[in-house]
Ligand binder design. Structure first.
Ligand code: ZN
Length: 143
């Protein structure tokens, strides 16, 4: 006689593994992937779709994800990504004339807003606003 029938049932479910990282899946998870892997996959597929001209994404999403990661995942350069984002309307058309400056700004990672402003010949408030729009976060507090 089995004194702990529920334990056997539980073990059988827990033994299912994530197809990606091979961790044990939670008992209630009936998917092929664990939730961190599933989230990562979802995010990846969103990122790779987001620069497809037929895929409309929002300015809010860009600011959240960040241009740097978007470019890395899509294996693009800023020279390709910025015009695409302008074309799809994710970046407002009024920024079109600053296209080359935005491309340069992506390359100025880790450079303070004021130093980037001098380099691009705009104000540091403009740099801060553009960085916010592009989702470029500075690692240190910039003044
Ligand atoms: Zn996993």
């Amino acid at each position: 006689m089995n004194a702990h029938p529920s334990r056997l049932v539980t073990r059988k479910i827990v033994e299912r593994k994530c197809e990606k990282c091979a961790c044990f899946l939670a008992g209630h998870n009936l998917e092929k992937l664990c939730s961190p892997c599933a989230n990562q996959e979802k995010r990846k597929s969103w990122l790779s779709k987001s620069l497809n001209p037929s895929f409309v994404t929002s300015a809010e999403e860009l600011a959240k994800i960040g241009i740097v990661e978007l470019i890395a995942i899509n294996k693009l350069t800023a020279e390709v990504a910025i015009p695409l984002l302008l074309k799809s309307g994710v970046l407002p058309s009024r920024l079109r004339r600053y296209q080359s400056l935005l491309i340069q700004l992506v390359a100025l990672q880790g450079v303070s807003n004021s130093a980037a402003a001098r380099k691009l010949n705009v104000t540091r408030w403009t740099v801060a606003a553009w960085r916010e729009r592009l989702g470029i976060r500075l690692t240190k507090i910039d003044t």
